[in-house]
Design a protein around this ligand. Structure first.
Ligand SMILES: *Cc1c(COP(=O)(O)O)cnc(C)c1O
Length: 446
């Protein structure tokens, strides 16, 4: 038995409380979302110093399951789960990329990129999925009748769900909006043996279907309205603090779609504040694509109003969401963390990604949205050039080859490719090659 304890609680404050191994996603009284609430009094039995030491002692370890960036914080995630039932690929522990040249271009000297796409399925969705699938696996092992896990997805959630389910030997079902995700993302759940259903609708339409399908409790819901996902995703905050020797950055920029991840960021920092591991809060910035910007529009009203939008097609396909499930949690987080919401156009996101790539990155379009927002906020002097700023890179650029190729071919509809770099086709003629190289060196130096 663990000495720590966590339960599902209603975010609206109803008195409801459910164990984490109950199949429930919404408050039975008010229908609102749930969150995982930890018993902080029990966690306070260890001092901040003891927690920091414990987490540091597990860094880089191989001992099961603590080699994972998520399960190295197990007591803060799902304390009561049996270690043997955890489904982990030692995800997390992603590197911080010190963006020296990119920062210099923007006049910044302390710019970092948290490379969450350097992970098993190539996006930060692995962080939450290890937790969700572990809890499902634990339920199955203890005799609960669960046939499958299911999710609606803009691509990355389904890739993560399919991989973790396959690792555990649990069937999975994924609902994808037809022609609205990249080929690389579509092929991931296919490869992992998922039941892949491609629907003639958008993400919000798929979400609607999966909610109905999972009313049958033997099919478990894998979307981030299931707050177990947030528990895994929140460890990114703890990991970033740890990577800076428990110093808190000034600002963090994260692209937002369904808005579970911004809530998760806030939740990780809140827990560290409550338990004394850190003393101050970072500023949190959500970056949205102009084509799917309901949170940005709400921010302009001071969060007084929120209206879902019909999302338009955007290169940042993983955040093409008009009716975000976790909007309430996200707004609460932004109010607490002096939050900002900014948007980026197709042209801005594509060129920001390409500019960053020139300094050694390989940015997905969502990370491009975050970079474009960074550039805007520095220009508007909302963020200071000396601030320690971390941009969360949410997926690997290799999952978005169509975007990269389209950019460099100048074939993107709504972006002018200012940093396009085409291959030069030549005969294998040494003199001609010498001439061309001289020309290119001259042009690139000017
Ligand atoms: C899921 C996802 C996001 C957005 O996260 P939300 O929690 O839905 O706001 C951003 N970028 C990528 C690559 C994603 O897969």
């Amino acid at each position: 038995m663990s000495e720590y304890r966590a339960r599902f609680r209603c975010i609206a404050g109803c008195d409801e409380e459910y164990p984490l191994d109950e199949v429930v996603y919404q408050c039975r009284k008010c229908g609102g979302l749930l969150e995982v609430r930890h018993d902080l009094n029990l966690l306070k039995r260890r001092s901040a110093q003891q927690w920091r030491r414990l987490f540091d002692s597990r860094k880089g370890a191989t001992r099961w399951p603590y080699g994972s960036g998520i399960w190295s914080k197990k007591e803060w995630v799902v304390p009561e789960i049996d270690n043997d039932n955890i489904v982990s690929m030692f995800e997390g522990n992603t590197n911080l990329f010190w963006a020296r040249r990119f920062g210099e271009m923007l006049g910044m000297n302390d710019l970092w990129v948290k490379m969450c796409g350097n992970s098993h399925t190539g996006s930060f969705k692995d962080l939450g999925m290890t937790v969700l699938v572990s809890v499902v696996n634990d339920m199955i092992k203890r005799g609960k009748k669960i046939k499958a896990v299911a999710c609606a997805s803009t691509g990355d959630t389904s890739a993560a769900l399919a991989a973790y389910a396959a690792y555990a030997g649990i069937p999975s079902v994924v609902f994808l909006p037809r022609n609205k995700i990249s080929t690389a993302q579509l092929v991931q759940p296919m490869a992992n043996g998922s039941i892949v259903l491609s629907l003639d609708t958008d993400f919000d339409g798929c979400m609607n279907i999966v909610k109905q399908i999972t009313e049958d409790k033997s099919i478990y819901l894998g979307n981030s309205m299931n707050s177990l996902r947030i528990e895994g995703q929140k460890t990114i905050s703890i990991e970033m603090a740890q990577q800076f020797d428990w110093e808190v950055p000034d600002a963090i920029i994260i692209p937002g779609g369904n808005l579970g991840n911004v809530s998760a960021l806030g939740s990780g920092f809140s827990m560290m504040l409550d338990l004394g591991l850190i003393k101050r809060k970072p500023r949190i910035v959500v970056a949205q694509a102009e084509k799917a910007n309901p949170l940005y529009l709400s921010y302009l009203t001071g969060f007084k109003e929120f209206k879902p939008v019909t999302p338009q097609k955007t290169l940042a396909s993983a955040i093409q969401i008009g009716d975000p499930v976790s909007v309430r949690k996200a707004i609460t987080t932004l109010i607490k963390f002096d939050g900002i919401v900014e948007q980026a156009s197709e042209d801005e996101l594509a060129n920001a990604a390409a500019l960053a790539d020139r300094t050694g990155l390989y940015s997905c379009p969502h990370t491009g949205v975050a970079f474009a927002v960074l550039i805007k906020l520095i220009e508007k002097q909302v963020l200071s050039r000396n601030d320690r700023t971390i941009v969360i890179s949410t997926a690997h650029g290799l999952k978005f080859s169509e975007f990269k190729i389209g950019y460099h071919e100048g074939a993107l509809k709504e972006a002018v490719s200012r940093y396009a770099n085409r291959p030069i086709e030549l005969q294998p003629d040494i003199d001609k090659i010498g001439e061309v190289l001289e020309r290119e060196f001259r042009e690139r130096n000017s």
